[in-house]
Design a protein around this ligand. Sequence first.
Ligand SMILES: [Zn+2]
Length: 97
Amino acid sequence: MSDGVPMRRCGSCGHVVFPPRPLCPSCGASSWSEAVARTGVVEEVTVRRAAGVTLASVRSDLGPVLTTRWPGGELPEGTAVELRLEPSGRITSRRIP
Ligand SMILES: [Zn+2]
């Protein structure tokens, strides 16, 4: 469960959604296939100093924007990252080496 983030791709128009929805917001169809987002690009960074947490909004390679935890360190917007779904259900991102 750690290699990429599972998403759903509309079987009718190909639109990808995350989190899953019953109906496609683009065409209204209800048939889905699984797709996995493995990488993304950082669009926005939020530091919650009180909680000691850095959150990054990441545009995934499949389109949907995810809010992910960042393990720490400098994180410029535009950074390419890989996406992981941790066993806890939390999404994390790491800089692509
Ligand atoms: Zn659709």
